[in-house]
Design a protein around this ligand. Sequence first.
Ligand code: G3I
Length: 302
Amino acid sequence: TTLGASAAERGGRYFGAAVAANKLSDNVYTTILNREFNSVTPENEMKIDATEPNQNQFNYTNADRIVQHARSRGMAVRGHTLAWHSQQPGWMQNMSGTALRNAMLNHVTQVATHYRGQIHSWDVVNEAFADGSSGARRDSNLQRTGNDWIEAAFRAARAADPNAKLCYNDYNTDDWTHAKTQAVYRMVQDFKQRGVPIDCVGLQSHLNNQSPYPSNYRTTLSSFAALGVDVQITELDIENANATWYRNVVNDCLAVSRCTGITVWGIRDSDSWRASQNPLLFDGNGNKKAAYDAVLQALNNG
Ligand code: G3I
């Protein structure tokens, strides 16, 4: 059996991977992708610099290749990401105020409309909270357009694609006691109370095993779920692919019924943004690692 098939048998969950369009011609890569995964996230191809390189000139070529590859094989697609302070095209980086707000909303509307009906979940807003202990919003050109920029983005996404699940996605939100986790929690709670459209929270979960495994990770997942949103583990990778940690992540997700899917951030170690840490489930030759066996076993137990 495979990661995707086993996850599907656990309450219809998905098991996905981040995919790069320029690797779809690599046979080893696509063999693993097509065999193991039932969801994909474009690693870079849907980001703002890729999809709107010049203002109001949209380029969907590479993102469309991934969407086509996935959907023709029955895989779900996670859209990543509509609004983000990073990987903005040059024209956007220096914008501010109403012009930037309108450009951001236009981007959300245009891209979500292009993919309307094809996206399982959108990371509508990515990484909007500051690191450290402040619990504040991250300072960025988008944040400086007004604190309500996030809810404005979610409303625009809902209007453009009413059936996609709309997620807020961030990193270092695994530990329940972390100020950033608490700040995201308060925002989601506020959105739910005020009827701002939000359906899911993405925990990127780029885990670093120099620190202990977040023993309250399951509490984080269940606490967000209790607000009435799905939780998705969206960019999982673990330093040195610690098999015990991978097993823990899967078991923690399976313990929370609204933890609906897990995405690993790449296929082979050599595909990873942190390749030197060998953080993924397949080695550079495409062989299954011990972490793969741990994940599959956890998916199949119970
Ligand atoms: O495509 C160009 C290529 O033409 C050029 O020759 C090369 C030279 O540097 O750069 C290539 O672009 C790189 C791109 O990855 C594709 O490989 C960019 O420089 C590089 O910055 C970009 O890195 C991506 C990073 O996001 C940028 O922020 C990583 O692949 C991607 O894995 C990473 O993903 C992020 C998530 O989106 C958000 N959460 C954190 C995660 C890890 O940083």
